[in-house]
Unconditional design. Structure first.
Length: 179
C-alpha cells in the first residue's frame, strides 16, 4: 500500500509539473510481457548495481517479496529499460530526482550506477547540482555529503582511471553547495 501513498502522489505531482513545461506528449507503452520485463529489468539492475546486486535483491526481498518483483519487473524492466532514453541518461535523471527528494541511501547507489553506465564525473555533478537546486537546504546538505562520501570511496566503475575519477569527485565535493 505504501506505493499508493508515497509513490503515486509524487508521480502525479511530478507529471503535472512536467506537463506544464515539457513540449512533448507522453505515450502509453504496451510492448513486452511480465516475463520479458523481468529479464530486461534484471539485466539493467545488474548493470546499474554491479556486484552490489548480490546484496541488494535479497535485502529488497526481505523488506517485502512483492517489492523485489515490482522493482525488477516494473521499475527496471518496464520503465527504465524501455526504448527511448538510454540507461545512462535515465540514471542521471534518477540522480537528479533522488537528490531533489533527499533520498540519500538511494542517491549514493544511483550515483555509482550512473558511473557504471558511463556517465562522467561532470555529468554526475551536473545531475546532482540540478537536484540540489530543486531541493531545499536539507537536500543540498545530502548532496554535499554524498559527494564527500564518494570522494573517499574506493569503488569507481570498472574500466575507468580510478585516480582521475577520485580527483574529479573530490573536486565536485569542494564545489558542492553547503549550508
Amino acid at each position: 500500500m505504501l506505493m499508493l501513498y508515497a509513490g503515486f502522489p509524487g508521480a502525479l505531482e511530478g507529471l503535472r509539473a512536467l506537463n506544464a513545461s515539457w513540449p512533448g506528449r507522453a505515450r502509453r507503452t504496451r510492448e513486452g510481457t511480465p516475463a520479458s520485463w523481468g529479464r530486461r529489468g534484471l539485466a539493467l539492475c545488474r548493470r546499474v548495481y554491479g556486484p552490489a546486486i548480490a546484496r541488494l535483491l535479497p535485502a529488497v526481498r526481505a523488506l517485502h517479496p512483492d517489492l523485489e518483483v515490482w522493482m525488477v519487473e516494473h521499475g527496471y524492466g518496464r520503465v527504465l529499460a524501455r526504448p527511448g532514453l538510454g540507461a545512462r541518461e535515465r540514471e542521471l535523471v534518477t540522480v537528479s530526482a533522488l537528490a531533489a527528494l533527499g533520498w540519500e541511501r538511494q542517491l549514493v547507489s544511483h550515483v555509482l550506477g550512473a558511473a557504471r553506465l558511463g556517465a562522467s564525473t561532470a555529468d554526475v555533478g551536473e545531475a546532482l547540482a540540478i537536484g540540489a537546486q530543486a531541493g531545499g537546504e536539507r537536500e543540498r546538505a545530502i548532496v554535499a555529503r554524498t559527494l564527500e562520501r564518494l570522494a573517499n570511496a574506493p569503488r569507481p566503475p570498472a574500466g575507468r582511471d580510478r585516480r582521475a575519477e577520485r580527483r574529479g569527485v573530490a573536486k565536485a565535493a569542494k564545489e558542492a553547495p553547503r549550508r
